[in-house]
Structures are given as structure tokens and as C-alpha cells.
Design a protein around this ligand. Structure first.
Ligand code: PMP
Length: 353
């Protein structure tokens, strides 16, 4: 027996690590990143701006300027609290730290894997309520599960990853009303979606909204935010590690997020491309394409595994799902720029001959 074998909590040994495939020299269409980097004409000014950061000092612990920038970009009312995380992943983990041992976390299946993973890290029970055949919420099953499992936390990805749909708004309201759990509306894809629960924070004391800047062009900065009532955020803030948002992230985000018009117009480009990809892929009889309110498309194909391999050989990375799981015959494609989407379309059309 090795040292780590006898030292480690045995349940950690059984956790499958979050897998990130190598993307060297590949066209990345697997992780819902934005294809748009720092605009060429802003690069010099951006470098000048970040070079003024005092990296010998700790960053602003409450990241006040950044909070103001985010509030203005996302229209977050003054009387809501905002908690910043090193990516929204960190905030998902922080929420699990607020639970007591024996508590349950609830979400839906399939949904974002991190909800279950953090439950395991924190030794909490996880209940994934199956979505129906259209990947919508089964309200009766959910209300029953809330009654019997009494979850402490409910994560609802809105729109959902990996399915791309936004669940019924009123169904979600009913869920929030029916529970004492803290309900986390994870709006990672808010920029590509029709509706948001942000303003509902006023109506429900057990609602918080989670967002990230990863999907609107800044995944490399690792910055997420949790929005809730001032009181809720003040208490949760105690679990945040000091200085969790590093100085380069703070200054970069302050500079880049002020250009809100560009962010909105980039999102529009992606939504147009999403529509075009949807239409083109739907013409291929072997594929079933699901409509999406996010910057990716879920596609069903009986040849999912071989299609994925063929795209990989052509230098395109898309997301597949493990054999034996509900989504084994599906792929998830992140929408990119027209040029990149055309390369993908060509390869898929070639594959189906
Ligand atoms: N929530 C959802 C629904 C996601 O799909 C993702 C990333 N794939 C995240 C949260 C995490 O985003 P980040 O940690 O980059 O902010």
C-alpha cells in the first residue's frame, strides 16, 4: 500500500477527475469558449493598462472597481449583493461548503457535471432528477424529490449544459416556491438566452443567480459571480478565500468588460451562427439537432463516436460523452466564427458523404 492509498479519504480514490483533453493545434469547439480574443486595435492599450498593475501587492480584496464594472455590464441592481469567484466553478464549490454533513444537493440529469462533483468533494448526497425525453424538467418528479430528499441546494442551469435548452420559466418559479433549499440559477449562457432570473431575486429570498464571463469571451480570466440579496451574499462571502480574484484578472476584466457594445455584438454574431449551424446540420438526415439558447448545439447521431474521431483526425475538437451514459450517441458543438463553423460543416458533410 502506498502512502497516498492509506492516507486519502477512500471516496476520493473513486472520483473520476474532471477531464480536459489536449487541444494543441486543434480547432477548439468543445468548451463553449468565445472565438473572439482581445481586438487587434486594443492590444497595445490593453498591455499598457495591465502593465501598471502593482503585482508586488495583494489585489483589492473586495474588487470594488470590478464589481462596479460587472454591475454595469449585466444590469445588476444596486441593492443586490455580488460575490466574485475564480470562475463560477469556485462559487459552485463555495456553495457546497455552506452545507452541513448529510445534506443533499439536487440538480437534473443530464446537466453540468460540476454540481455532482462538488457534492462528492464535500461528502454531500447528490440527487440528479432525470429530465424528460425532450430534456425538460418533469415537475411532478421534481416536487416529489424535493419533498422526500429535502435538498439544501438546488442547481438549475438556465440554459442547461449540455442540452442547450432553457427550461420552462414558470416551472422553475414553482420549484423555487416549493422548497426551503437555496436555488442556484446558473446562467453561464445568459448572453445567448432569451430570459433571465436576475430580477426575480427581489421576489424569492431563496434564489441566487450564478454567472460567468467565460462564455462571453474571457474564459482565460477565470471570473464568475454570484448575485443574491445583500444579506445572503454577505453571509456566503465569509466562505470566500481572501484575494481570490488575482490582480491581473481584476485589471484585465476592468479594461475588457467596459466595452459592453462589443460583447453584445459578438454574442449576436454567435447567435446568428448558431442558427445557421442548426439549419445546415438539420439538413443531414443522420443527425438530430436540438434547438439551443446557448453558444453550443447538442446533436444526436448513431455514429457519434466515429464522427467525433473523424473530426479529431481533421483537427477539430468537439465534446463527446462516455459510453454507457444517456448521451453516448450525442455530440456537443460549441459555436465558433463563420470560418471555423464552415470547416466543421465541410468535415461533417464529408463524413456522411
Ligand atoms: N456553469 C455551467 C452551466 C457551465 O457550463 C460552466 C462551464 N462549462 C460553468 C458553470 C463553469 O464556468 P467557469 O468556471 O468557467 O465560470
Amino acid at each position: 500500500m502506498t502512502f497516498i492509498d492509506q492516507w486519502l479519504r477512500s471516496d476520493i480514490r473513486n472520483i473520476n477527475a474532471y477531464h480536459v483533453p489536449s487541444a494543441k493545434n486543434m480547432l477548439k469547439m468543445d468548451a463553449m469558449e468565445s472565438p473572439f480574443g482581445v481586438p487587434e486595435e486594443l492590444k497595445d492599450e490593453f498591455l499598457e493598462y495591465i502593465s501598471r498593475s502593482e503585482v508586488n501587492r495583494y489585489p483589492d480584496a473586495s474588487a470594488e472597481e470590478l464589481q462596479a464594472t460587472l454591475r454595469s455590464l449585466m444590469g445588476i441592481p444596486k441593492d443586490f449583493g455580488v460575490l466574485l469567484g475564480n470562475g463560477s466553478d469556485e462559487l459552485i464549490q463555495l456553495l457546497s461548503l455552506a452545507c452541513s454533513s448529510g445534506d443533499s444537493i439536487m440538480s437534473f440529469e443530464p446537466s453540468f457535471v460540476m454540481y455532482e462533483l462538488v457534492s462528492k468533494f464535500a461528502q454531500l448526497n447528490y440527487h440528479g432528477i432525470p429530465l424528460d425525453e425532450n430534456f425538460d424538467i418533469d415537475l411532478n418528479a421534481t416536487l416529489l424529490a424535493i419533498k422526500t430528499k429535502k435538498p439544501k441546494l438546488i442547481f438549475i442551469a438556465y440554459p442547461n449544459n449540455p442540452t442547450g435548452n432553457a427550461f420552462d420559466y414558470d416551472v422553475i418559479r414553482e420549484i423555487i416556491q416549493s422548497t426551503d433549499a437555496l436555488v442556484v440559477l446558473d446562467e453561464a449562457y445568459y448572453a445567448y438566452s432569451e430570459r433571465s432570473f436576475l430580477t426575480e431575486i427581489d421576489n424569492f429570498s431563496n434564489l441566487v443567480v450564478l454567472r460567468t464571463i467565460s462564455k462571453i469571451g474571457f474564459a482565460g480570466l477565470r471570473l464568475g459571480l454570484l448575485v443574491g440579496s445583500e444579506e445572503t451574499i454577505e453571509q456566503l462571502n465569509k466562505l470566500r478565500l481572501p484575494y481570490n480574484i488575482n490582480i491581473l484578472t481584476q485589471v484585465s476584466a476592468n479594461f475588457l468588460l467596459k466595452d459592453s457594445q462589443r460583447i453584445v455584438s459578438n454574442a449576436k454574431i454567435i447567435m446568428n451562427e448558431r442558427g445557421r449551424l442548426y439549419d445546415e446540420l438539420s439538413l443531414i438526415p443522420e443527425l438530430t439537432v436540438y434547438s439551443s439558447q446557448a453558444n453550443f448545439l447538442l446533436v444526436k447521431s448513431d455514429n457519434a463516436k466515429s464522427l467525433l474521431e473523424s473530426l479529431k483526425e481533421s483537427g477539430i475538437l468537439i465534446k463527446g460523452f462516455a459510453i454507457g451514459t444517456q448521451l453516448e450517441n450525442f455530440i456537443r458543438i460549441s459555436v465558433a466564427e463563420a470560418k471555423e463553423n464552415n470547416v466543421l460543416l465541410e468535415c461533417i458533410k464529408d463524413y456522411y458523404g
